[in-house]
Design a protein around this ligand. Structure first.
Ligand code: SAM
Length: 235
């Protein structure tokens, strides 16, 4: 945890924060902090800064935050991701938030197992927990918005055109396509397929909506690695 995140509502009338539970354990055991030290903090949805640790024992830590700086800029990208299996979904949520994705659409595709939509990871509180872990890592406070798109065709036909307004549409698909561009200017929408890949019909539909198919070369990456590699290469 590189940033201790808190909700605005956690501060008392004097602006102090009382930290208990896992965050307290982290402050004491991982950071080895005690009363008199300072720690980097951020208000979820707000500024980041430092906090004086006024008191700290096994029960709670009392912090006096001073928030001064905005969080880092988000990447200018909307990520459209075929819903991966739960274990990978947890990792992808963390790394998408960590890398600065501002908006994530989890979509159904032909090769997405129907059972994946039943995972408890998709419960709003659990999703939020994984996203916060990514933000804590990269010292960000702004939660990405997550949208569940359970029907591929209506999403691509009815919603994608509006999302693509003013954005370059890119779908990563292994095969004989132009190489994925590097360091692009402006906003983009990036679509990444499921573990079995998009089917030709889906690539066709995405193409008609305005997404160009690009390749990362002959090496087929796991979804979690494809997300990181593509974002790093595009921006
Ligand atoms: N067998 C699948 C196929 O050929 O499409 C592999 C799918 S891959 C595990 C999961 C997703 O990551 C793909 O749908 C694509 O979006 C992205 N991906 C992985 N490796 C890629 C590559 N070399 N070029 C383009 N996209 C890639």
């Amino acid at each position: 945890m590189n940033l201790l995140l808190f909700e605005a509502g956690e501060r008392d009338g004097a602006g102090l924060l009382r930290i208990r539970g896992p965050r307290l354990a982290h402050i004491r055991e991982v950071h080895g902090k005690q009363a008199g030290d300072r720690i980097r903090v951020g208000e979820i949805g707000g500024l980041i800064g430092e906090a004086d640790i006024l008191a700290c024992d096994e029960r709670e830590a009392v912090l006096a935050p001073q928030l001064q700086f905005p969080p880092p800029e988000k990447l200018p990208v909307i990520l459209v991701l075929a819903l991966p299996r739960p274990k990978m979904l947890r990792r992808v949520l963390r790394s998408a938030a960590e890398m600065g994705v501002a908006e994530l659409h989890l979509v159904n595709t032909w090769r997405v197992e129907k059972s994946y939509w039943q995972t408890p990871v998709l419960a709003p509180a659990t999703l939020r927990e994984y996203l916060l872990q990514g933000l804590e890592q990269s010292r960000d406070t702004m939660l990405p918005s997550v949208h569940l798109q359970r029907r591929f065709k209506p999403f691509v036909e009815d919603q994608l055109p509006a999302l693509l307004q003013g954005r370059r549409g890119i779908v990563a698909h292994p095969g004989n396509h132009p190489p994925c561009p590097r360091g692009i200017e402006g906003e983009a929408l990036l679509a990444i397929g499921p573990e079995g890949g998009f089917i030709p019909y889906e690539i066709d539909l995405l193409g008609k909506a305005g997404c160009e198919a690009v390749s990362l070369g002959p090496r087929i990456l796991r979804v979690e690695n494809a997300v990181t590699a593509l974002l790093a290469r595009l921006f």
